[in-house]
Design a protein around this ligand. Structure first.
Ligand SMILES: [Zn+2]
Length: 248
């Protein structure tokens, strides 16, 4: 049975072996630590940047230790400070089918966003997005394209599992030797519309192509027991096939 993962070993950000969780309770991004440096997985919102600065200092790292930013997809709540890292010379990895998202973060919210603002929990989420800078994200023009099956040449060496649907270029990133699966918005464990931490689930109305997103769950099958690290909601540990079953 899948179970929720909370902080380990007294470090309130550590959620798996060499993996640290940042952001807020509504939006996650992660640091993946390896012997050869740090890989960031997603880049939250602009206002999250000081969390990274503070953490690097406390853990005796400098910005030169940040070797890469791997984006699970190009939605603005995942690319908030990507440009800042790019300007520091950090390579940004993204599936090219999300290049439009990365280059046009100020496109404006889609229709489903406005249609759901009557929901109190979603309104609080939207208010947080605005408060934390979603309307002032700088575009990133250049990126390193990734594709299905790639093992990224970055610390931790995550493998790309292309899983389109939430966005055309959505990917999960699997770190096999640590049983860690960064799933971006392929799966969430928090319902962004109700605010409930209600277990593994698809993003529903927030998916650009919901049927494709549902079909893409197959791409995660057979990985065995993992720590699932979603873009929204608490990390979870369990057999990935059981997690997929619950999401369906
Ligand atoms: Zn998201």
């Amino acid at each position: 049975m899948a179970r929720t993962v909370t902080a380990r070993d007294g470090d309130d950000r550590r959620v798996a072996d060499g993996v640290y969780r940042f952001g807020t309770r509504r939006i996650n991004w992660y640091v993946l630590e390896a012997d050869d440096g740090l890989t960031l997985v997603d880049a939250g919102l602009p206002a999250h940047w000081p969390q990274l600065e503070d953490w690097l200092v406390v853990h005796d790292y400098g910005f030169e230790d940040v070797a890469a930013l791997a984006l699970t997809h190009g939605d603005p709540d995942h690319v908030g400070f990507a440009r800042r890292l790019a300007d520091e010379g950090v390579p940004v990895y993204l599936h090219p089918d999300d290049r439009h998202h990365l280059r046009n973060p100020s496109d404006g919210a889609p229709g489903w966003f406005y249609r759901n603002l009557w929901r109190p929990a979603f309104l609080r989420y939207a208010a947080e997005l605005v408060r934390d800078g979603i309307t002032s994200i700088d575009p990133v023009a250049e990126f390193e394209p990734i594709s299905d099956g790639d093992v990224l040449p970055v610390p931790g060496e995550p493998r790309v599992l292309f899983a389109p649907g939430h966005t055309p270029g959505s990917c999960a990133l699997y770190v096999e030797d640590r049983d860690v699966l960064f799933c971006g918005d392929v799966l969430a464990t928090r319902n962004i519309f109700t605010g409930r931490e209600s277990g593994p689930q698809l993003l529903g109305a927030a998916d650009e192509d919901h049927e494709a997103a549902r079909a893409s769950l197959d791409r995660l099958a057979g990985l065995g027991t993992v720590t699932l690290l979603p873009g929204h909601g608490n990390p979870m540990e369990g057999d990935v096939d059981a997690i997929i079953d619950r999401a369906r």
